[in-house]
Design a protein around this ligand. Structure first.
Ligand SMILES: C[S@@+](CC[C@H](N)C(=O)[O-])C[C@H]1O[C@@H](n2cnc3c(N)ncnc32)[C@H](O)[C@@H]1O
Length: 245
């Protein structure tokens, strides 16, 4: 565990002076003949765009919590050149992410720490940005996880936690995504469907944030089956800033 801490902390001092490149993903046109098999545009560049727009993070120590294969971390590094530490219990997924980063020449920017949101292996007041997409729904204890995020953030540090495709994701693609998701859920066990919808609802997010005693927070998005929120598009997000002392 100590080595993991050292790896993560060491990156805080890397890359602070590297210039930022800002090439945002372009909107993808609706294909003239979209079918149920039409591949949808990559959502991650749109999520990264929202992270940068809404959090305006200070360069420094950034964590992608529940990072998986680095689907958010990698485009975030590509956009900003800031190093990112992935934290996830899934070693295999993160190894794959490191492999992808190596293929893209980003191996000096992406790091992996094995762990969980509920027990983050980082000191108090050390992190400038925590992003987490598509993960909070699977944590064992969301309230403890949010308390941990708040603990590790530096005063002024930002968090953006939730799930979705990004507010700029093309409308046709978001609608098609929801159509496919509804179809899939309608075939699922009704209990699973209920749980899926509940954990992605603004009410649940509000309860988690209040129970974690976050001093202030903002929730955007209407949930896992809606496209309508201009600030969030499809999905649900919780954002907060650590209070200055
Ligand atoms: C659906 S994947 C999301 C991956 C990636 N962030 C994305 O946006 O595509 C959910 C991830 O959350 C991770 N996860 C599950 N429980 C967790 C916990 N308690 N703390 C941190 N990550 C967790 C899983 O291992 C998995 O990699």
């Amino acid at each position: 565990m100590m080595n993991e801490k050292v790896t993560a902390i060491a990156i805080m001092f890397v890359g602070l002076t590297v210039p930022t490149s800002r090439v945002y993903a372009q909107d993808v046109e609706r294909p003239t003949q979209a079918t149920a098999d039409t591949p949808l545009p990559d959502r991650y560049p749109y999520v990264v765009k929202d992270i940068l727009k809404y959090c305006k993070p200070k360069k420094g120590f950034w964590i992608d919590l529940g990072a998986g294969k680095g689907q958010v971390s990698i485009p975030l590094i590509e956009e900003t050149n800031n190093p990112v530490v992935m934290l996830d219990p899934d070693v295999e997924a993160m190894s794959k992410g490191l492999e992808i980063a190596r293929e893209k020449g980003l191996e000096h920017r992406l790091f992996a720490v094995v762990g969980v949101a509920e027990d983050m292996p980082f000191p108090d007041n050390s992190v400038d940005l925590v992003v987490s997409r598509g993960s909070i729904f699977f944590w064992d204890d969301q309230v403890k996880g949010l308390q941990e995020v708040y603990r590790v953030l530096r005063p002024g540090g930002k968090a953006m936690i939730g799930g979705g495709q990004g507010s700029g994701y093309p409308k046709w693609a978001a609608e098609e995504f929801i159509r496919r998701r509804r179809e899939h859920l309608n075939e699922a066990d009704p209990k699973k469907k209920k749980h899926f919808v509940e954990v992605r609802s603004p009410e649940t997010f509000r309860r988690w944030a209040q129970d974690a005693k976050l001093p202030s927070f903002e929730i955007t998005g209407k949930g896992g089956l809606s496209v309508g929120d201009p600030k969030a598009g499809l999905g649900i997000w919780l954002r907060f800033t650590k209070q200055q002392k």
